[in-house]
Design a protein around this ligand. Structure first.
Ligand code: KIV
Ligand code: ZN
Length: 508
């Protein structure tokens, strides 16, 4: 049966730190709960010293998520390690991930230190981490561009100091599969105490080789892989874990190893990440893209109909792809609705279900077929809404090629109704100007994305915005069959976050 390959998920740390993918504490918690259902072995929940928000997120995940090992990243500094432990100490099983440096390029230009000093600092850091936690991972950043002799010395030193996992990061996505396999083999041959630690690899995708590199490393003795769901991450991203996992499963006859992943949770996990971040995968994305199991060409359809094995190397069911995508309609009851949300990975309270059900009924009056994507849009909007300071009561916008776009907006703040109108470059801009005038919290739109969540002219439009306010920034999202209303509500969602934070007198 081969050996177990540990799946280390860094969606909430390496994935989250790339532009456009940031998540707040509550969003990270929801994602972590789904990763636990997927049964990943390790969740790297953040970099606790990097911000208050990251610290709170790692702590919340450590306190609430049972099953996987919960991990936090830190540099070699004592203050980093202590801060990470402060957040991680609540976990059922915790791991401290200590980041050193492998390549001369990074030693010289980033850290301005020497190889000797790096070995000393790494030993001290690992020893300190081990004094707090039994499970310590060490990563020499940019290891794939490191000098081979130095890398061997460094790994030997940190394993002697107590590192239980040594991770070889291809930080800049530079290496190729043949070279990476050879590197892992060399480390196994030349680091005398290597059998005291698990060898891990961490691959970036700059040349599109992340998953291929991981597989080559596994063939040569790596037993942990680090990546992200949907391959999100810095630049071209990290290796996509769903691809690696399914490669090991589908080609078990070749690789001979296994993971403990519940692959039927893959689709749900990928969708949840897309709904939370507002960034969904492209249709032809391997494993989780909309077209990954679609057969368009007549000749393919004919083959699949006579026997799916002709063109399908894995079943849609193996990744948990729902077979029937049209789920509910106007006459569906609360029970079926709640069950469908549960199947989509949402754990909601009775009150949350009731509120979502009422929005679902409103939508069903406007739209004949309600798809999973519609339900996700409803629930995501509801879950992302903070205790609203301002509520949208009314919006009216006029636009046209011979008209100055104008919007009238009415908001409620507790018992007070506030109304104003503005002109703008377009109806969305006009609505945002009117909202700014009413709230007195002017914002600058940094990012605006709109997406039809399903096909059809009656599709829901989902809007994601990022807004910079004076001294604070927030993201917002909302969905509606009316895109101007969705745009206004998304903006207001961001306004409400900063207004709420200001009211609480706390920063994010
Ligand atoms: O890419 C990298 O080197 C990393 C380390 C923290 C492992 O993300
Ligand atoms: Zn990385």
């Amino acid at each position: 049966m081969g050996e177990k390959i540990w799946i280390f998920d860094t969606t909430l740390r390496d994935g989250e730190q790339s532009p456009g993918f940031s998540m707040n504490v509550e969003e990270k918690l929801r994602m972590a709960a789904q990763l636990a259902k997927l049964n990943v072995d390790v969740i790297e929940a953040g970099f606790p010293i990097s911000s208050e928000g990251d610290f709170e997120a790692v702590k919340a995940v450590a306190q609430n998520i049972k099953g996987p090992v919960i991990c936090g990243l830190c540099r070699l500094l004592k203050i980093d390690i202590d801060r990470a432990w402060e957040a991680l100490k609540y976990a059922q099983r915790a791991r401290i991930h200590v980041l050193g440096c492998g390549s001369d390029i990074h030693l010289q230009y980033k850290l301005r230190t020497t190889r000797e000093q790096m070995i000393q600092d790494s030993i001290e850091a690992v020893k300190h981490a081990r004094s707090l936690c039994d499970d310590v991972e060490f990563s020499p950043e940019d290891a794939t561009r490191a000098d081979g002799d130095f890398l061997c010395q460094l790994l030997e030193a940190v394993i002697d100091a107590g590192a239980t996992t040594v991770n070889i990061p291809d930080t800049v996505g530079y290496i190729t599969p043949g070279e990476f396999g050879a590197l892992i083999r060399t480390l196994r041959e030349r680091v005398p105490n290597i059998h005291h630690a698990r060898i891990s690899v961490h691959c970036h995708n700059d040349l599109g080789l992340g998953v291929a590199n991981m597989l080559a490393a596994i063939e040569n003795g790596a037993r942990q892989v680090e990546g992200t769901i949907n391959g999100i991450g810095e630049r071209a991203g990290n290796a996509a874990l769903e691809e690696l996992i399914m490669a090991l499963k589908v080609r078990a006859n070749y690789y001979g190893h296994y993971t403990d992943i519940v692959t039927e949770e893959i689709y749900k996990t990928s969708r949840l990440l897309g709904s939370i971040t507002g960034i969904h995968v492209q249709p032809n994305k391997a494993i989780v893209g909309d077209n990954a199991f679609a057969h368009e060409a007549g000749i393919h359809q004919h083959g699949v109909l006579s026997n799916p094995i002709t063109y399908e190397i894995m079943t849609p069911q193996s990744i948990g792809l729902p077979r029937n995508r049209i789920v509910l309609g106007k006459h569906s009851g609360r029970h079926a609705f709640a069950k469908r949300l549960e199947d989509l990975g949402y754990e909601l309270t009775k009150d949350e279900i009731n509120r979502a059900f009422s929005r679902f009924k409103d939508l069903a009056d406007k739209k004949k077929e309600i798809f999973d994507e519609d339900l996700e849009a409803i629930v995501e909007e509801q879950l992302s809404s903070v205790a609203d300071v301002f509520m949208l009561e009314y919006i009216h916008a006029t636009t046209g090629n011979q008209t100055v776009p104008t919007a009238t907006v009415r908001l409620r703040r507790e018992d007070v109704v506030l109304q104003d109108a503005a002109i703008g470059d377009g109806p969305v801009d006009a609505a945002y100007q009117a909202i700014d005038r009413i709230t007195g919290i002017p914002g600058r739109l940094i990012d605006y994305q709109i997406k039809a969540v399903t096909s059809g002219k009656d599709a829901i439009g989902e809007v994601h915005v990022k807004v910079q306010f004076n001294g604070d920034a927030a993201s917002g999202k909302a969905a509606s069959t009316d895109v101007i209303e969705a745009s206004a509500k998304a903006y207001l969602n961001a306004v409400n976050k900063v207004a709420f934070r200001a009211k609480r007198g706390k920063q994010p």
